[in-house]
Design a protein around this ligand. Structure first.
Ligand code: SF4
Length: 443
């Protein structure tokens, strides 16, 4: 259990100097107890106090890194139970299973590599290859590790209860810092020794939450702290309950054995059901979700859902304000206008692109909010649009003076014409109607 605010307060200088950004030492202590600040913000804590407060100042969930280089994954370091309280820090990693006795290991790994998408301005991709020692044979596992690692730079999860098989695969993959799966009650001493010797993170697999906590304490006592938790449940409802308990105990009660990232496995064979299962786990609170399917039509919606869950709710998702070019524009290209809310912007961009008529899109800085919200908040007005036209340099880029206004704010037409001196064309209300509109007006 973590320390209470009052217990922490006893160790602080009590001068209320405010340098930490809090009005009093007590306020700082309370925030520290709730994981809302860090001890290093007080420059006056003694070394003695630092030691005493180490557990209170450590993040409630340890950050663990898997893999190396540009595909290194960070997981854990979460401080919230509900995203709207602050944010979730690290995307759930999506791992896809490759069996070591599969006929064409290279083809499966290439299918995993191909799970990359550009969607509304964001890049989505799968993160890990979960190599399973399905053959039960160490040499086969090692050879599969060789084949798979030749085809990808993604991080690896090595799955086998057999410590000899894990050691064999590590002869190939140790430098890639794979995540080892898993230490259980029977093999944990040897697994921990292997993980420590190779500086690899290790999954701890319990049979339930109690046995998991006991096993974590034993492994930490052996000197390994880069751990990932698997409570052993596979039924959707039970996984959800276990994940929620682990997160609550770690964040609210600072229960150290649960202060690590988590891993889940889908159990459904039908890809649609697997998608629902994986979507549930990544919302609450899996750091890794291991899946069977590599079908693109399953992974795109899953990654899109993941992007939504892990977006920082305190930061509007915005694109740069200004004139954006779509295609090979020239001085006659049409000009559309919208806000810099990225979802709106990229929907408009997608539709403008599909018209095949090179065009400009003027994105007006509304602080990253959508057209109607910005209009209601006086951020998408004749004045702000006029300023955006001037600031963007559009008047030098096109020789006409025509701008297409979103249909939802047609009411701005008169005032905008007065302010800007441009002809204002009222465009469609929905971005999906832009191609039809463009055909009628610009083809
Ligand atoms: Fe107290 Fe330290 Fe904050 Fe000063 S900086 S108010 S001493 S906690």
């Amino acid at each position: 259990m973590g320390l209470t605010g009052l217990e922490i307060f006893k160790h602080l200088p009590k001068t209320n100097c405010k340098e930490c950004g809090f009005p009093t030492c007590l306020a700082f202590a309370m925030a520290l107890a709730n994981g809302k600040t860090t001890l290093d913000l007080c420059p006056y804590v003694s070394d003695e106090a630092k030691e005493a407060l180490a557990s209170a100042s450590a993040p409630p969930i340890r950050m663990v890194k898997v893999g190396v280089g540009e595909n290194e994954l960070e997981m854990g370091d979460e401080t919230e139970i509900f995203r709207h309280d602050k944010r979730f820090n690290h995307l759930t990693a999506i791992a896809i299973i490759v069996n070591d006795n599969e006929e064409d290991i290279e083809a499966k790994v290439e299918a995993i590599n191909a799970l990359e998408y550009e969607h509304v301005g964001q890049h989505y991709e799968s993160n890990m290859v979960a190599l399973i020692n399905a053959s039960g044979d160490a040499a086969t596992f090692k050879s599969a590790a060789e084949k798979a690692s030749a085809k990808t730079k993604k991080a690896f999860l090595l799955i086998s209860d057999d410590t000899a098989a894990i050691e064999a695969a590590l002869e190939v993959l140790a430098a890639q810092k794979p995540l080892l799966y898993a230490a259980n009650k029977d093999n944990y001493e040897k697994m921990t020794e292997i993980a420590k010797a190779n500086s690899c993170p290790l999954v701890v697999k319990g049979e339930d939450l109690n046995s998991l906590a006991e096993l974590v304490e034993k492994i930490v006592a052996l000197g390994h702290n880069d751990l990932v938790l698997d409570p052993g449940s596979r039924d959707t409802g039970k996984v959800l309950v276990d994940m929620t308990q682990i997160r609550r105990q770690a964040v609210k009660n600072k229960f150290r054995p649960f202060g690590f990232p988590t891993i889940t496995f889908t159990s459904k064979d039908d890809p649609q059901e697997e998608l629902l299962q994986a979507g549930t786990y990544l919302a609450k609170y899996a750091s890794i979700v291991v899946m069977k399917t590599a079908k693109r039509e399953i992974h795109l919606p899953l990654m899109s859902w993941r992007a939504n869950v892990y977006t920082d709710p305190q930061k509007p998702v915005a694109v740069e304000a200004g004139a954006h070019e779509v295609g090979e524009v020239d001085e006659n290209s049409p000009v559309y206008c919208t806000t810099n809310f990225s979802l709106t912007y990229f929907l408009v961009e997608g539709e403008v692109d599909s018209t095949r008529i090179p065009s400009y899109i003027l994105s007006v800085d509304t602080g990253g909010i959508s057209v109607l919200t910005a209009y209601a908040d006086n951020k998408f007005t004749a004045e702000t649009i006029t300023k955006a036209i001037k600031d963007s340099g559009l008047e030098d880029k096109v020789k006409h003076r025509k701008i297409v206004l979103p249909g939802g704010v047609a009411v701005l037409k008169g005032k905008l014409e007065e302010e800007s001196g441009w002809d204002v064309l009222v465009g469609p209300r929905e971005s999906a109607d832009i191609p039809k509109y463009a055909k009628e007006h610009f083809a």
